[in-house]
Design a protein around this ligand. Structure first.
Ligand code: DHB
Length: 316
C-alpha cells in the first residue's frame, strides 16, 4: 500500500525548471517576510513564489484588508512588500535547490522593466512571474492584464534585454475572445508560462448582522479568492491551454483546497498549481496534506504520474 503511494510521481517541469512537487504557494500568500519565506523554503512545496515586489518598500492598505468566510476570501492588501532589494538579498543569502519564482508588480511599464533588469543580475532566481493582475491599488484603476496594448508594449520591450525565464500572472477573463486576444499577443514572444488566475477583482462581501463591509480599503471591495472561484480558474486554464502555443506552460491557481482540485486543474492543462487562500487558512502543513491527497486520488484512479492525465479533459 505504502509502496504504491511512494511510486506515484507528482513532480513536474515548467520547461526546464524541475519541481519535485507540482504544488507551490500563490504569490501574496504568506510569502512576504524573512520568516514566511524561510518556512516555505523548508516546506514540501515544489517551488517558492515571493510576494509581488515593487522598487520600494510598501506598507499597503489600511487594515482590516483580508477576510475569509467558509468558501472564499476577499482582500485589498495594496501590495505590502519589503521592496525588491529585500527579496534579492534574501535569495542571495539562502542556498536552496528549490526553484524560486520572483514575483514583480511595478506600477508602470517603466517600473516593471527596471525591476526585471535588476532581477536579471541575480543567479538564484529560477524565473520571474510578472503580476499583470493586481486589483487593489487605490487610485490605480487599471489591471494591466485587461489592457492588451499594455501587454503588447511590455512584451515587445522586455525581451530586448531579459534573459530570465519569464511568466505572467493573469487576471481571470470572462469572455473567450479576451483569452484569444491575449493568447495571440503572448504567442509572439518567448514567454515561458502563464499563471491563471489571480483573484477575481471588485468583489464585495458583507456582514448582514453588522450591516457593514468586512474590509476597510476601497469601501469594502476587493479581490475574491478561495473555493468559490475554482470554476473560473479551471475555465481560464482550459481556454488558455487551447489558445496558447504548446510550449507555453500553465500554472493553475484559484480555489484549490484538496488533492482532487489539483487533479482537476492538471486535467484542464495546468502543469503545476498554486495555493493562496487555503494556504493562508491552514498554514504551511497544507503542502504535505495536498501532496498526500493528490497521491491518494491518483492511486484510486490508477494513475502513476501527472503525465497520465495532463490536459486530457473529455468533451461531449
Ligand atoms: C495584491 C493583490 C493581488 O491579487 C495581487 O495580484 C497583487 C497584490 C495586493 O493587494 O497586495
Amino acid at each position: 500500500m505504502k509502496e504504491i503511494i511512494n511510486k506515484i510521481d507528482i513532480s513536474t517541469k515548467i520547461k526546464n525548471i524541475k519541481l519535485s512537487s507540482c504544488i507551490m504557494n500563490a504569490s501574496g500568500a504568506l510569502c512576504s517576510t524573512e520568516k514566511e519565506l524561510s518556512d516555505l523554503l523548508d516546506s514540501s512545496s515544489g517551488a517558492l513564489v515571493t510576494k509581488s515586489c515593487t522598487s520600494d518598500l510598501r506598507n499597503g492598505n489600511p487594515k482590516p484588508r483580508y477576510f475569509e468566510w467558509n468558501v472564499g476570501s476577499i482582500n485589498s492588501m495594496g501590495l505590502p512588500n519589503l521592496g525588491i532589494d529585500f527579496y534579492i538579498n534574501f535569495l542571495k543569502r539562502k542556498k536552496t535547490n528549490k526553484p524560486v519564482f520572483l514575483s514583480i508588480s511595478g506600477f508602470s511599464l517603466k517600473e516593471n522593466l527596471y525591476l526585471i533588469k535588476k532581477a536579471n543580475l541575480i543567479e538564484n532566481i529560477s524565473a520571474l512571474e510578472i503580476n499583470f493582475s493586481c486589483p487593489n491599488i487605490l487610485n490605480r484603476k487599471k489591471i494591466f492584464g485587461y489592457d492588451s496594448l499594455y501587454v503588447y508594449k511590455f512584451l515587445k520591450n522586455v525581451f530586448k534585454f531579459n534573459k530570465k525565464p519569464l511568466g505572467i500572472k493573469l487576471p481571470p477573463y470572462f469572455n473567450e475572445i479576451h483569452i484569444k486576444n491575449i493568447s495571440s499577443i503572448i504567442n509572439r514572444y518567448p514567454v515561458m508560462f502563464v499563471t491563471c488566475v489571480n483573484s477575481i477583482p471588485n468583489g464585495l462581501y458583507i456582514n448582514s448582522d453588522t450591516e457593514s463591509v468586512v474590509i476597510r480599503p476601497n469601501n469594502g471591495f476587493g479581490g475574491i479568492g478561495g473555493e468559490i472561484i475554482k470554476p473560473f480558474g479551471l475555465a481560464n486554464v482550459s481556454k488558455f491551454f487551447s489558445f496558447l502555443r504548446k510550449d507555453i506552460y500553465i500554472i493553475g491557481c484559484g480555489g484549490i483546497s484538496s488533492g482532487k482540485d489539483i487533479f482537476d486543474y492538471i486535467l484542464c492543462g495546468a502543469s503545476a498549481v498554486q495555493i493562496g487562500t487555503q494556504f493562508i487558512k491552514e498554514g504551511i502543513s497544507v503542502f504535505d496534506r495536498l501532496k498526500k491527497e493528490l497521491k491518494n486520488f491518483l492511486k484510486k484512479k490508477n494513475y502513476f504520474s501527472i503525465k497520465n492525465f495532463f490536459g486530457n479533459l473529455k468533451k461531449f
